[in-house]
Write a protein that binds this ligand. Sequence first.
Ligand code: ADP
Ligand code: MG
Ligand code: MG
Length: 211
Amino acid sequence: MALGITWTTDWIRRSAAVVAEHRVELVTLDREIGDGDHGENLDRGFSAVLAKLDGLPADAVPGDALKLVATTLISTVGGASGPLLGTAYLKAAGAVGKEPELDGAALVALLTAARDGIVLRGKAEPGDKTMIDAWTPAVDAAAKAEAEGEDEVAILEAAASAAEAGAVATEPLVARKGRASYLGERAIGHRDPGAQSSSLLLRAAAEAAVD
Ligand code: ADP
Ligand code: MG
Ligand code: MG
């Protein structure tokens, strides 16, 4: 079943909840290899999104909600992750346009555009120990599931599971982008906070798709 505005706003609400729930964990990860604010940054951003969500017009489409997330994250989240995730949601909104219902191909387009937006903004490559290491496997897994004829729920489940594995796989890496890149080999053994939070956001997308 294609996913519309109800899924999109549920995804956003679940994102805000999961970011709040994991705030301390994300702060702790960022304290190890960054400046310890990642959980605070995202919690502040998604709380601000939540406060605006009920203001969406009754005839809003998924792209409108994604655009609201984008502009709010860009204006309320400091640091690297605000502009990066803001660009992701902005490009995702552009990819789905005015479409009221998103089928599997549209979801793959949404995720691909989000990932491409982060790359456009931050120039990270896979293996640089950034949020891209969650997003790129997620996009690949979603595209594969869609090509195999899986439904929307299975496509998002595949994306979420691949993102979780991708976040875990950042642990042995040396960082080549962001604050963690200043640490050199000392970043080894720590999970990238942005990859971890992105896997939480993608899991929220999958959970929102399940009735
Ligand atoms: P800051 O580092 O400015 O304090 P955050 O702590 O909110 O910002 O976000 C840090 C996360 O941002 C990192 O864990 C990493 O995943 C991500 N990140 C940093 N730089 C880049 C980049 N150039 N491309 C992609 N992701 C990046
Ligand atoms: Mg930080
Ligand atoms: Mg910071």
